[in-house]
Write a new protein. Sequence first.
Length: 406
Amino acid sequence: MGTCRLAGYGILCAMDLTLTQAQRELTGTGSRLRARGAPAARRRIRASRRSTPAGGARPDPARVGQGQVGRRAAAGRGRWSGLVDDRTGAGPRTAGPLDRGLWSFIPGAYNALAACDPEQRRRYLDPSLRGERFGSYAITEPGAGSDARALAATAVRDDATGEYLLNGEKWFVTGPPDETDFMIFHCLVVDGDERRPTLFLVDYDAPGVTMTHDPDYMHTFADRHPQFVLEDVRVPAAAILGGVGQADVLTNEWFVEERIHIGARCTGAMERLLTLAVEWATERVQFGERIYDFQGVSFPLADSAADASAARLLTREAAWLADTAADPKVVHAKASLAKLFASEAAFRCADRVVQVFGGRGYMRENAAERYFRELRVDRIWEGTSEIQRVIIARAMEKRGVGRVVG
Protein backbone atom coordinates (compact mmCIF):
# COMPACT_ATOMS: atom_id res chain seq x y z
CA MET A 1 0.00 0.00 0.00
CA GLY A 2 1.81 3.08 -1.26
CA THR A 3 5.25 3.76 -2.71
CA CYS A 4 8.09 5.95 -1.45
CA ARG A 5 10.92 7.84 -3.22
CA LEU A 6 13.78 10.09 -2.23
CA ALA A 7 13.21 13.80 -2.70
CA GLY A 8 15.26 16.90 -2.08
CA TYR A 9 13.98 17.36 1.45
CA GLY A 10 13.59 13.75 2.49
CA ILE A 11 11.35 10.81 1.61
CA LEU A 12 8.04 11.35 -0.12
CA CYS A 13 5.46 8.57 -0.05
CA ALA A 14 2.50 8.28 -2.39
CA MET A 15 -0.46 7.01 -0.41
CA ASP A 16 -2.34 4.12 -1.95
CA LEU A 17 -5.21 2.83 0.17
CA THR A 18 -6.42 0.15 -2.23
CA LEU A 19 -6.12 -3.51 -1.31
CA THR A 20 -3.28 -5.52 -2.76
CA GLN A 21 -4.03 -8.58 -4.87
CA ALA A 22 -3.08 -10.83 -1.96
CA GLN A 23 -5.45 -8.98 0.37
CA ARG A 24 -8.29 -9.21 -2.15
CA GLU A 25 -7.69 -12.94 -2.44
CA LEU A 26 -7.79 -13.24 1.36
CA THR A 27 -11.18 -11.52 1.59
CA GLY A 28 -12.49 -13.79 -1.14
CA THR A 29 -11.22 -16.91 0.61
CA GLY A 30 -12.94 -15.92 3.86
CA SER A 31 -16.21 -15.26 2.07
CA ARG A 32 -16.08 -18.64 0.35
CA LEU A 33 -15.36 -20.41 3.63
CA ARG A 34 -18.31 -18.68 5.23
CA ALA A 35 -20.65 -19.52 2.39
CA ARG A 36 -19.58 -23.16 2.36
CA GLY A 37 -19.53 -23.81 6.09
CA ALA A 38 -22.24 -21.60 7.54
CA PRO A 39 -25.32 -23.57 6.35
CA ALA A 40 -24.08 -26.76 8.01
CA ALA A 41 -23.24 -24.86 11.19
CA ARG A 42 -26.71 -23.30 11.29
CA ARG A 43 -28.32 -26.73 10.98
CA ARG A 44 -26.26 -28.03 13.89
CA ILE A 45 -27.14 -25.00 16.03
CA ARG A 46 -30.87 -25.43 15.33
CA ALA A 47 -30.63 -29.12 16.19
CA SER A 48 -28.79 -28.29 19.42
CA ARG A 49 -31.41 -25.72 20.38
CA ARG A 50 -34.23 -28.22 19.85
CA SER A 51 -32.49 -30.68 22.15
CA THR A 52 -31.73 -28.13 24.90
CA PRO A 53 -34.17 -28.31 27.82
CA ALA A 54 -36.04 -25.16 28.84
CA GLY A 55 -33.80 -22.99 30.99
CA GLY A 56 -30.77 -25.09 30.11
CA ALA A 57 -27.45 -23.72 28.92
CA ARG A 58 -27.31 -22.95 25.24
CA PRO A 59 -24.41 -24.16 23.12
CA ASP A 60 -21.93 -21.48 22.13
CA PRO A 61 -22.70 -20.78 18.44
CA ALA A 62 -19.06 -19.93 17.83
CA ARG A 63 -18.08 -23.47 18.80
CA VAL A 64 -20.78 -25.29 16.87
CA GLY A 65 -19.44 -26.24 13.49
CA GLN A 66 -15.78 -25.95 14.40
CA GLY A 67 -15.23 -29.27 12.71
CA GLN A 68 -15.97 -27.50 9.45
CA VAL A 69 -12.70 -25.67 9.80
CA GLY A 70 -10.38 -27.85 11.80
CA ARG A 71 -8.26 -26.79 14.73
CA ARG A 72 -6.78 -23.43 13.86
CA ALA A 73 -6.07 -23.17 10.16
CA ALA A 74 -2.41 -22.88 9.31
CA ALA A 75 -2.30 -19.27 8.22
CA GLY A 76 -0.57 -16.28 9.78
CA ARG A 77 -1.80 -12.78 10.41
CA GLY A 78 -0.44 -10.06 8.18
CA ARG A 79 1.03 -6.69 9.03
CA TRP A 80 -1.01 -3.56 9.63
CA SER A 81 -2.33 -3.02 6.13
CA GLY A 82 -3.61 -6.58 6.18
CA LEU A 83 -6.20 -5.38 8.70
CA VAL A 84 -7.68 -2.80 6.37
CA ASP A 85 -11.19 -4.20 6.45
CA ASP A 86 -12.95 -7.35 7.50
CA ARG A 87 -15.30 -8.13 4.64
CA THR A 88 -14.19 -11.74 4.60
CA GLY A 89 -16.77 -13.12 6.98
CA ALA A 90 -13.82 -14.47 8.95
CA GLY A 91 -14.04 -12.01 11.81
CA PRO A 92 -16.07 -12.54 14.95
CA ARG A 93 -18.68 -9.92 13.99
CA THR A 94 -20.06 -11.19 10.71
CA ALA A 95 -23.18 -12.89 9.48
CA GLY A 96 -23.11 -16.64 9.99
CA PRO A 97 -22.64 -18.78 13.09
CA LEU A 98 -19.43 -20.20 11.66
CA ASP A 99 -17.86 -16.79 11.14
CA ARG A 100 -17.03 -16.14 14.76
CA GLY A 101 -15.22 -19.45 14.88
CA LEU A 102 -13.06 -18.82 11.82
CA TRP A 103 -11.31 -15.88 13.44
CA SER A 104 -10.05 -17.93 16.37
CA PHE A 105 -8.62 -20.60 14.11
CA ILE A 106 -6.07 -18.26 12.54
CA PRO A 107 -2.74 -18.55 14.37
CA GLY A 108 -1.04 -15.36 15.42
CA ALA A 109 0.56 -13.58 18.33
CA TYR A 110 0.34 -10.28 20.14
CA ASN A 111 2.80 -7.78 18.74
CA ALA A 112 4.44 -7.44 22.16
CA LEU A 113 6.00 -10.85 21.51
CA ALA A 114 8.23 -9.17 18.93
CA ALA A 115 10.26 -8.20 22.01
CA CYS A 116 10.98 -11.85 22.82
CA ASP A 117 14.58 -12.91 23.33
CA PRO A 118 15.68 -16.09 21.47
CA GLU A 119 14.57 -18.47 24.24
CA GLN A 120 11.21 -16.71 24.68
CA ARG A 121 10.72 -16.82 20.93
CA ARG A 122 11.31 -20.57 20.97
CA ARG A 123 8.85 -21.11 23.84
CA TYR A 124 6.13 -18.59 23.02
CA LEU A 125 6.30 -16.71 19.72
CA ASP A 126 7.19 -19.49 17.28
CA PRO A 127 4.62 -21.97 18.68
CA SER A 128 1.96 -19.24 18.58
CA LEU A 129 2.66 -18.57 14.91
CA ARG A 130 2.40 -22.30 14.21
CA GLY A 131 -0.95 -22.48 16.00
CA GLU A 132 0.41 -24.67 18.80
CA ARG A 133 0.04 -22.10 21.58
CA PHE A 134 -2.21 -19.11 22.21
CA GLY A 135 -1.55 -16.22 24.55
CA SER A 136 -3.70 -13.64 26.30
CA TYR A 137 -2.95 -10.08 27.41
CA ALA A 138 -3.70 -9.42 31.09
CA ILE A 139 -3.97 -5.70 31.81
CA THR A 140 -7.37 -4.70 33.25
CA GLU A 141 -8.01 -5.09 36.97
CA PRO A 142 -11.06 -4.64 39.21
CA GLY A 143 -9.83 -1.17 40.19
CA ALA A 144 -7.95 -0.28 37.02
CA GLY A 145 -9.79 0.04 33.73
CA SER A 146 -9.26 3.24 31.75
CA ASP A 147 -6.89 4.53 34.46
CA ALA A 148 -3.81 2.36 33.98
CA ARG A 149 -2.08 4.32 36.76
CA ALA A 150 -4.30 2.48 39.24
CA LEU A 151 -2.78 -0.94 38.46
CA ALA A 152 -2.24 -2.90 41.65
CA ALA A 153 -0.59 -6.11 40.33
CA THR A 154 3.01 -6.38 41.48
CA ALA A 155 6.23 -8.27 40.91
CA VAL A 156 8.75 -8.45 43.75
CA ARG A 157 12.22 -9.84 43.22
CA ASP A 158 13.40 -12.58 45.57
CA ASP A 159 17.04 -11.68 46.12
CA ALA A 160 17.83 -15.20 47.30
CA THR A 161 16.81 -16.88 44.05
CA GLY A 162 16.64 -14.06 41.50
CA GLU A 163 13.02 -15.03 40.80
CA TYR A 164 10.01 -12.74 40.89
CA LEU A 165 6.84 -13.24 42.92
CA LEU A 166 3.77 -12.09 40.99
CA ASN A 167 0.54 -11.07 42.68
CA GLY A 168 -2.60 -9.52 41.29
CA GLU A 169 -6.08 -9.95 39.88
CA LYS A 170 -6.82 -9.51 36.16
CA TRP A 171 -10.15 -9.20 34.36
CA PHE A 172 -11.16 -9.60 30.69
CA VAL A 173 -8.22 -11.86 29.87
CA THR A 174 -9.26 -12.74 26.33
CA GLY A 175 -8.54 -15.97 24.48
CA PRO A 176 -10.04 -19.15 23.02
CA PRO A 177 -11.25 -21.17 26.01
CA ASP A 178 -9.53 -24.49 25.36
CA GLU A 179 -6.35 -23.27 23.70
CA THR A 180 -5.04 -20.26 25.60
CA ASP A 181 -2.17 -21.47 27.76
CA PHE A 182 -0.11 -18.40 28.68
CA MET A 183 -0.61 -14.74 29.45
CA ILE A 184 1.31 -11.50 29.05
CA PHE A 185 0.98 -10.18 32.60
CA HIS A 186 1.18 -6.38 32.99
CA CYS A 187 2.30 -5.41 36.48
CA LEU A 188 4.53 -3.11 38.50
CA VAL A 189 8.00 -4.27 39.53
CA VAL A 190 8.45 -3.05 43.09
CA ASP A 191 11.96 -1.78 43.72
CA GLY A 192 12.02 0.24 46.91
CA ASP A 193 9.87 3.29 46.30
CA GLU A 194 9.89 2.70 42.55
CA ARG A 195 7.06 1.06 40.62
CA ARG A 196 8.25 0.08 37.14
CA PRO A 197 5.61 -1.17 34.62
CA THR A 198 6.80 -4.53 33.29
CA LEU A 199 5.46 -7.44 31.25
CA PHE A 200 5.93 -11.06 32.30
CA LEU A 201 5.24 -14.24 30.33
CA VAL A 202 3.26 -16.55 32.62
CA ASP A 203 2.06 -20.06 31.81
CA TYR A 204 -1.49 -20.85 32.86
CA ASP A 205 -0.33 -24.04 34.60
CA ALA A 206 2.16 -22.20 36.84
CA PRO A 207 1.46 -22.80 40.56
CA GLY A 208 -0.57 -19.93 41.97
CA VAL A 209 -2.41 -19.04 38.76
CA THR A 210 -6.17 -19.46 39.24
CA MET A 211 -9.09 -18.72 36.94
CA THR A 212 -11.69 -17.39 39.36
CA HIS A 213 -14.60 -16.54 37.06
CA ASP A 214 -15.54 -17.05 33.40
CA PRO A 215 -18.57 -14.80 32.89
CA ASP A 216 -20.87 -14.68 29.88
CA TYR A 217 -21.24 -11.46 27.92
CA MET A 218 -23.71 -9.89 25.50
CA HIS A 219 -21.75 -11.15 22.52
CA THR A 220 -21.22 -14.71 21.30
CA PHE A 221 -17.59 -14.66 20.16
CA ALA A 222 -15.39 -17.71 20.00
CA ASP A 223 -13.13 -16.15 22.64
CA ARG A 224 -13.84 -16.03 26.35
CA HIS A 225 -12.84 -13.25 28.79
CA PRO A 226 -12.21 -14.87 32.18
CA GLN A 227 -10.82 -13.41 35.39
CA PHE A 228 -7.58 -14.60 36.99
CA VAL A 229 -5.88 -14.26 40.33
CA LEU A 230 -2.11 -14.70 40.61
CA GLU A 231 -0.95 -15.42 44.14
CA ASP A 232 2.79 -15.66 44.84
CA VAL A 233 3.45 -17.00 41.34
CA ARG A 234 7.19 -17.60 41.00
CA VAL A 235 8.75 -16.91 37.63
CA PRO A 236 12.40 -16.54 36.62
CA ALA A 237 13.88 -13.24 35.50
CA ALA A 238 13.90 -14.81 32.03
CA ALA A 239 10.10 -14.41 32.01
CA ILE A 240 10.41 -10.61 31.69
CA LEU A 241 9.31 -9.49 28.24
CA GLY A 242 11.18 -6.54 26.72
CA GLY A 243 12.97 -5.49 29.91
CA VAL A 244 11.98 -4.06 33.27
CA GLY A 245 10.04 -0.81 32.90
CA GLN A 246 9.05 -1.35 29.25
CA ALA A 247 5.43 -2.43 29.73
CA ASP A 248 3.82 0.90 28.90
CA VAL A 249 5.69 1.23 25.61
CA LEU A 250 4.90 -2.31 24.51
CA THR A 251 1.28 -2.14 25.65
CA ASN A 252 0.71 1.17 23.85
CA GLU A 253 2.01 -0.44 20.64
CA TRP A 254 -0.45 -3.27 21.20
CA PHE A 255 -3.31 -0.81 21.72
CA VAL A 256 -2.48 0.87 18.41
CA GLU A 257 -2.73 -2.47 16.61
CA GLU A 258 -5.97 -3.39 18.33
CA ARG A 259 -7.56 -0.03 17.55
CA ILE A 260 -6.71 -0.32 13.87
CA HIS A 261 -8.09 -3.83 13.99
CA ILE A 262 -11.35 -2.65 15.55
CA GLY A 263 -11.67 -0.03 12.83
CA ALA A 264 -11.33 -2.77 10.25
CA ARG A 265 -13.84 -5.07 11.88
CA CYS A 266 -16.40 -2.31 12.37
CA THR A 267 -16.02 -1.19 8.77
CA GLY A 268 -16.65 -4.72 7.54
CA ALA A 269 -19.63 -5.03 9.87
CA MET A 270 -21.18 -1.87 8.45
CA GLU A 271 -20.82 -3.09 4.89
CA ARG A 272 -22.42 -6.40 5.80
CA LEU A 273 -25.27 -4.70 7.67
CA LEU A 274 -25.96 -2.32 4.81
CA THR A 275 -25.97 -5.19 2.32
CA LEU A 276 -28.56 -7.04 4.38
CA ALA A 277 -30.67 -3.91 4.88
CA VAL A 278 -30.68 -2.88 1.22
CA GLU A 279 -31.55 -6.42 0.10
CA TRP A 280 -34.47 -6.52 2.54
CA ALA A 281 -35.76 -2.98 2.02
CA THR A 282 -35.78 -3.22 -1.78
CA GLU A 283 -37.90 -6.38 -1.62
CA ARG A 284 -40.18 -5.58 1.30
CA VAL A 285 -43.47 -3.96 0.21
CA GLN A 286 -45.73 -1.98 2.54
CA PHE A 287 -48.49 0.48 1.63
CA GLY A 288 -48.07 -0.69 -1.95
CA GLU A 289 -44.45 0.46 -2.23
CA ARG A 290 -40.97 -0.83 -1.48
CA ILE A 291 -40.00 0.41 1.94
CA TYR A 292 -36.65 1.45 0.42
CA ASP A 293 -38.54 4.18 -1.44
CA PHE A 294 -39.52 5.78 1.87
CA GLN A 295 -36.89 8.33 2.81
CA GLY A 296 -37.28 7.42 6.46
CA VAL A 297 -35.78 4.03 5.54
CA SER A 298 -33.26 4.83 2.81
CA PHE A 299 -31.82 8.09 4.17
CA PRO A 300 -30.47 6.58 7.45
CA LEU A 301 -28.88 3.83 5.35
CA ALA A 302 -27.30 6.45 3.11
CA ASP A 303 -25.88 8.15 6.21
CA SER A 304 -24.40 4.84 7.33
CA ALA A 305 -22.93 4.29 3.86
CA ALA A 306 -21.11 7.60 4.23
CA ASP A 307 -19.95 6.51 7.70
CA ALA A 308 -18.70 3.17 6.37
CA SER A 309 -16.72 4.82 3.59
CA ALA A 310 -15.17 7.35 5.96
CA ALA A 311 -14.35 4.65 8.54
CA ARG A 312 -12.66 2.54 5.89
CA LEU A 313 -10.47 5.45 4.76
CA LEU A 314 -9.55 6.40 8.33
CA THR A 315 -8.61 2.81 9.11
CA ARG A 316 -6.60 2.29 5.95
CA GLU A 317 -4.76 5.55 6.48
CA ALA A 318 -3.79 4.53 10.01
CA ALA A 319 -2.66 1.12 8.74
CA TRP A 320 -0.66 2.71 5.91
CA LEU A 321 1.06 5.15 8.27
CA ALA A 322 2.00 2.30 10.61
CA ASP A 323 3.39 0.27 7.70
CA THR A 324 5.46 3.21 6.43
CA ALA A 325 7.08 3.90 9.82
CA ALA A 326 5.41 7.25 10.38
CA ASP A 327 5.81 9.14 13.65
CA PRO A 328 4.48 6.70 16.30
CA LYS A 329 2.72 9.54 18.13
CA VAL A 330 0.83 10.45 14.96
CA VAL A 331 0.01 6.80 14.28
CA HIS A 332 -1.31 6.54 17.84
CA ALA A 333 -3.66 9.47 17.24
CA LYS A 334 -4.73 8.18 13.82
CA ALA A 335 -5.52 4.75 15.26
CA SER A 336 -7.66 6.41 17.93
CA LEU A 337 -9.48 8.43 15.25
CA ALA A 338 -10.23 5.25 13.30
CA LYS A 339 -11.34 3.32 16.37
CA LEU A 340 -13.52 6.12 17.72
CA PHE A 341 -15.27 6.91 14.46
CA ALA A 342 -15.70 3.32 13.23
CA SER A 343 -16.99 1.89 16.51
CA GLU A 344 -19.50 4.70 17.08
CA ALA A 345 -20.66 4.62 13.45
CA ALA A 346 -21.00 0.83 13.39
CA PHE A 347 -23.26 0.81 16.42
CA ARG A 348 -25.43 3.54 14.86
CA CYS A 349 -25.56 1.47 11.69
CA ALA A 350 -26.64 -1.66 13.57
CA ASP A 351 -29.38 0.30 15.33
CA ARG A 352 -30.64 1.67 12.01
CA VAL A 353 -30.63 -1.73 10.35
CA VAL A 354 -32.54 -3.34 13.22
CA GLN A 355 -35.13 -0.62 12.70
CA VAL A 356 -35.31 -1.34 8.96
CA PHE A 357 -36.04 -4.99 9.67
CA GLY A 358 -38.65 -4.05 12.25
CA GLY A 359 -39.73 -6.91 14.47
CA ARG A 360 -37.63 -9.32 12.42
CA GLY A 361 -34.56 -7.30 13.33
CA TYR A 362 -35.20 -8.04 16.99
CA MET A 363 -35.21 -11.82 16.48
CA ARG A 364 -32.17 -13.78 17.60
CA GLU A 365 -31.96 -15.50 14.22
CA ASN A 366 -31.47 -12.17 12.45
CA ALA A 367 -27.88 -11.05 11.88
CA ALA A 368 -28.79 -7.43 12.63
CA GLU A 369 -29.85 -8.37 16.18
CA ARG A 370 -26.53 -10.04 16.81
CA TYR A 371 -24.56 -7.13 15.38
CA PHE A 372 -26.46 -4.79 17.67
CA ARG A 373 -25.23 -6.78 20.67
CA GLU A 374 -21.74 -7.55 19.45
CA LEU A 375 -20.73 -4.15 18.11
CA ARG A 376 -21.50 -2.50 21.44
CA VAL A 377 -18.25 -3.69 22.99
CA ASP A 378 -16.11 -1.98 20.36
CA ARG A 379 -16.95 1.34 21.99
CA ILE A 380 -15.52 -0.01 25.26
CA TRP A 381 -12.59 -2.37 24.90
CA GLU A 382 -9.03 -1.43 23.89
CA GLY A 383 -9.83 2.05 25.21
CA THR A 384 -13.32 3.49 25.57
CA SER A 385 -14.60 6.12 23.16
CA GLU A 386 -14.02 8.68 25.89
CA ILE A 387 -10.36 7.67 26.19
CA GLN A 388 -9.97 7.92 22.39
CA ARG A 389 -11.27 11.48 22.58
CA VAL A 390 -8.72 12.28 25.28
CA ILE A 391 -5.90 10.89 23.10
CA ILE A 392 -7.08 12.81 20.03
CA ALA A 393 -7.54 16.06 21.94
CA ARG A 394 -4.07 15.85 23.48
CA ALA A 395 -2.54 14.97 20.12
CA MET A 396 -4.06 18.07 18.52
CA GLU A 397 -2.59 20.21 21.29
CA LYS A 398 0.88 18.61 21.24
CA ARG A 399 1.33 17.58 17.57
CA GLY A 400 -0.83 20.19 15.91
CA VAL A 401 -4.25 19.91 14.33
CA GLY A 402 -2.79 19.50 10.86
CA ARG A 403 -0.83 16.37 11.77
CA VAL A 404 -3.88 14.77 13.40
CA VAL A 405 -6.51 15.54 10.79
CA GLY A 406 -4.32 16.05 7.72
